[in-house]
Design a protein. Structure first.
Length: 183
């Protein structure tokens, strides 16, 4: 191909979610006392090798994270994939009375939203936002549609998720009155 016909490859555009993933990978790696080399080695053992230099580039937003990378990083770091996608704190700056406000974040495709709202959306408990001017009946319909299309069969109810998850996935984990339990 001649030089005239070659087009320069467009620069990769990193959005706000990529920045959050980069921050969370670094934060969780450091919290677990892992070096970049240790994280790279653990990823290799999962069958998803990422070199130490590539891990460093992920943390600096110089390398994209594919969905397969995201899943492997979540497995190795011992978190849910959504933990890598959203900020770790729902508390924002304090107001003039010292009361923390809800933190906001930018979600790719949605713009600025409350961090707690983003977590509820990611946990499949509530849509991220409603269209302007929606009445209560339409909001209820949107929530039902969201729940029916966001949760797997067997985990459609907001009540009894632990019981259904245990039955669906063969686990005996649940939540007792004092918190998580293992039977």
């Amino acid at each position: 191909m001649s030089e005239e016909k070659r087009r320069p490859r467009p620069a990769v555009q990193y959005g706000p979610t990529a920045a959050t993933v980069a921050d969370n990978v670094k934060r969780l790696r450091e919290t677990r006392g892992m070096t970049i080399y240790a994280l790279s080695g653990a990823l290799g053992r999962t069958g998803r090798p990422i070199t130490p230099s590539a891990v460093a580039k992920i943390e600096r937003q110089q390398r994209q994270v594919t969905v397969d990378d995201l899943m492997a990083l979540a497995v190795v770091l011992g978190v849910s994939p959504v933990t890598l996608l959203l900020p770790p704190n729902t508390r924002g700056e304090k107001d003039e009375n010292g009361v923390p406000r809800q933190a906001v974040t930018e979600v790719t495709g949605a713009g600025e939203v409350g961090v707690a709202d983003a977590w509820r959306w990611a946990w499949c408990t509530d849509p991220l936002r409603y269209p302007e001017g929606v009445d209560a009946e339409e909001a209820d319909r949107l929530v039902m549609d969201f729940l029916l299309n966001s949760r797997p069969v067997g985990l459609l109810s907001a009540e009894g998720d632990d019981r259904m998850a245990s039955a669906a996935f063969g686990t005996r984990r649940g939540r007792g009155p004092d918190g998580p339990r293992m039977d």
